[in-house]
Design a protein around this ligand. Sequence first.
Ligand SMILES: Cc1cc2nc3c(=O)[nH]c(=O)nc-3n(C[C@H](O)[C@H](O)[C@H](O)COP(=O)(O)O)c2cc1C
Length: 280
Amino acid sequence: MTQNDSAKTIRNALAVRFGENISIDENLPGLDELARIASRHVTRRYLAREIDPALLRLLCACALSAPTKSDLQQADIIIVKDTDKRRVIADLIPDQPFIRTAPAFLIFLANGRRLPEISKLRGKPFPNDHLDLFFNASVDAALALATFTRAAEAAGLGCCPISVIRDHAARITDLLALPPRVIPVAGMCVGWPAEAGHISPRLPLECTLHQDRYDEGDLAGRIDAYDRRRAAIHPHRPRDPARWGMAQFYGWSEDKARQYGVPQRADFGAFVRAKGFCLD
Ligand SMILES: Cc1cc2nc3c(=O)[nH]c(=O)nc-3n(C[C@H](O)[C@H](O)[C@H](O)COP(=O)(O)O)c2cc1C
């Protein structure tokens, strides 16, 4: 792609994403990478084509090259290669068939175990057994996950992170022999895309990008405008109309309010505590 083509791709992608024309210096280095980032999307349908294990290892190495809080290196990845284990996970989540069909499936872990173990090995106290340990490890895992996605998409693969595995955190823990203070953050389906996919519009930058101070502005008005812009590009299918009825206008905010109008993983805190994390 020429610089000019990359700039055009970025401009078009971000116009759909944010409903705004963002200015781009066509001499900026790395425009091809920005074009990929700007136009990325989730992929849930894959070709029946394997991923070379060497490529998967390369992508995991790139993912684990992500920044890590204080160089503590608290993220791990499990490649679920065993077909029986994959089947067990897929059977737990039948409404996400891509877990079964993806050529590769990984699990990203937050690891709050290694650090206190190292303290023991070096005969030091560990007075930092509090919420920050859980938080730092989870942030590291999220950074590794995001970096994996970026690396995989650069290689032409498509990805879908899977947080629903946390609905079955205890079962996943047994299946993958996760020790105390090592918890699953998200799964990851990976494969060669079998669908074109689409750019998912995001909240306008006036909602999520601030200068010098947080500024909520007219939240209701901004959300309403976003709902309408998004619905004109990719309308949502109404979620659970039997429970919530028919909305006069169904947009992103109605969908998210319905999604979070039912309890979800209310037992996750208990699971994390039972795994040995202190959340105080
Ligand atoms: C941490 C995380 C967990 C996710 N979990 C799931 C999941 O369990 N199932 C699923 O179908 N998509 C999952 N997704 C994909 C999101 O639904 C998707 O990224 C979102 O709809 C925005 O679409 P986009 O990535 O194309 O912009 C997850 C994404 C992230 C970042």
